[in-house]
Design a protein around this ligand. Structure first.
Ligand SMILES: Cc1ncc(COP(=O)(O)O)c(C=O)c1O
Length: 442
């Protein structure tokens, strides 16, 4: 996971920091080298070798990059891999078309812009997401209206959406979080009742499906990220997809400063969201290993879910029965300290990291992060929104279930799922070991 994710280097640094810290913690002499003692307290870690590296590459990635480089056609106008990947991705998900953008954040921003969302509008969105989703809305000088999260599925609570719709609402923006589908039947039904477009944030949801349809194809526009950490990585890249050819055309025009190629002039609002051919060259190569890796993730995640039934206090993210395929961008679960002798989540993370398991907390409650107030208090927002409207917004900005979710959730990166089954066994072994020793962490 991006930014909130530990990179391999950060993980090793943290792990060694934990080990260093452990050296000053008083502990029984028998801890050192003892496989039953926590690694945090000097015992032997469950795992000392790294999990598989990410992203993965082969000669095809290298050949494609070289081919693009040697073509001397590197930009959006003439790069050969850009139209190739746009066609391939649209076909893969079953959409009319795709428009590549420099990143998923820009895909979301472009989607909002080409749907005409702008200053004074409101967009209903999940607070349990990466900041990019919210940032895209704020870039339009629109208000992100947060619907609460569902504690079990980590998704936007579909039953908390409708009462938040006002005369200013212009779109619903569900996030398919950790690569699992949000409840699209309920969301689409609400959108139809209120004549609102749905922008799917499928930035983590490549290949996942709702009732057999790929995420991103259910709403008005789907947005993807191909950033390095994603299950289909291209360094930094993103895309919108849509079944509506007019929206695809508008996307192409928007990403080129509003220039309509049919007229040859700058006709509408736009900006430069063009992309370099190199990212598309890598993405074409990455597509070749994509299906195999997706299958591996699903297989190992199913095993992990099953085995977790035997460890109380670690409850995996639930999936709606209508979600026919998961992406497992991350494996998310909730931690219940009651089953870990009351040990705080931060201590359990530390202990698991010391055991060689890259577990991390997921998201902070974004609706409460200071950037929201910074935006509301900015000159731009104060020019657009009356003081009274902002006060009403603040008064309604509460998501108690999301607060609980942010305080109790954890995730494992997808790299623990793409190697051998023994990798997952190591994770389970570390969970059990930490639980057995939880009293030492309380
Ligand atoms: C849910 C979600 N939305 C949007 C984005 C933004 O994508 P990008 O990093 O490509 O801008 C991300 C990236 O991590 C994401 O996880």
């Amino acid at each position: 996971m991006k930014r909130d994710t530990l990179t391999r280097r950060q993980f090793l640094e943290r792990t060694s920091a934990s080990l260093a810290a452990a050296s000053v913690v008083p502990r029984p002499k028998t801890s050192v080298g003892n496989p039953n003692a926590l690694a945090l307290h000097g015992g032997t870690p469950v795992r000392s070798k790294p999990f598989p590296d990410w992203p993965q590459t082969s000669e095809v990635d290298e050949q494609n990059i070289l081919q693009s480089l040697r073509s001397h056609r590197w930009c959006t106008f003439d790069g050969k891999f850009i139209p190739q990947f746009e066609k391939a991705w649209a076909e893969k998900v079953g959409s009319q078309g795709a428009v590549l953008t420099p990143c998923g954040t820009h895909a979301l921003h472009m989607a909002l812009e080409i749907l005409g969302i702008g200053p004074g509008d409101e967009v209903i969105v999940s607070p349990f997401t990466y900041i990019a989703t919210i940032d895209a809305i704020l870039l339009c000088y629109a208000l992100p209206v947060f619907a609460d999260s569902d504690l079990k599925t980590f998704q936007i609570d579909p039953d908390d959406i409708e009462h938040r719709i006002t005369e200013h609402t212009r779109a619903i923006l569900p996030v398919h979080i950790l690569g699992a589908p949000a409840h699209m039947d309920k969301i689409l039904a609400i959108a139809r009742r209120h004549n609102l477009p749905v922008i799917e944030d499928a930035c983590q949801g490549h290949n996942a499906e709702w009732r057999g349809k790929k995420l991103g194809t259910l709403g008005t526009i789907g947005c993807f990220s191909f950033q390095e950490s994603k299950n289909l990585p291209g360094g930094e890249a993103g895309a919108i997809i849509s079944a509506d050819p007019d929206l695809i055309a508008r996307g192409r025009i928007f990403r080129d400063f509003g220039r309509d190629p049919r007229r040859g002039s700058y006709t509408v609002r736009g900006t430069k969201y063009r992309i370099s051919d190199f990212a598309a060259a890598v993405l074409m190569a990455q597509l070749m290993r994509f299906d195999d890796l997706c299958a591996k993730r699903e297989k190992h995640a199913a095993y992990l879910r099953e085995e977790l039934k035997g460890i109380t206090g670690l409850v995996p993210q639930e999936h709606y029965p209508e979600s026919t395929r998961q992406n497992y961008y991350c494996f998310g679960f909730r931690y219940d300290k009651e089953h870990f002798s009351g040990a705080p989540r931060s201590k359990v993370i530390e202990a698991l990291n010391a055991e060689g398991i890259p577990v991390t907390a997921i998201y902070p409650p974004l609706n409460k992060e200071p950037f929201i107030e910074a935006n509301l208090n900015s000159r731009g927002f104060r020019a657009v929104f009356s003081q009274e409207r902002l006060e009403r917004y603040r008064a309604a900005n509460h998501c108690p279930h999301n607060d609980e979710l942010c305080g109790s959730s954890l995730y494992l990166p997808q790299t623990i799922l793409i190697g051998e089954r023994s990798d997952v066994d190591n994770v389970l072994e570390a969970f059990q070991k930490v639980q057995r020793n939880a009293e030492m962490l309380s």
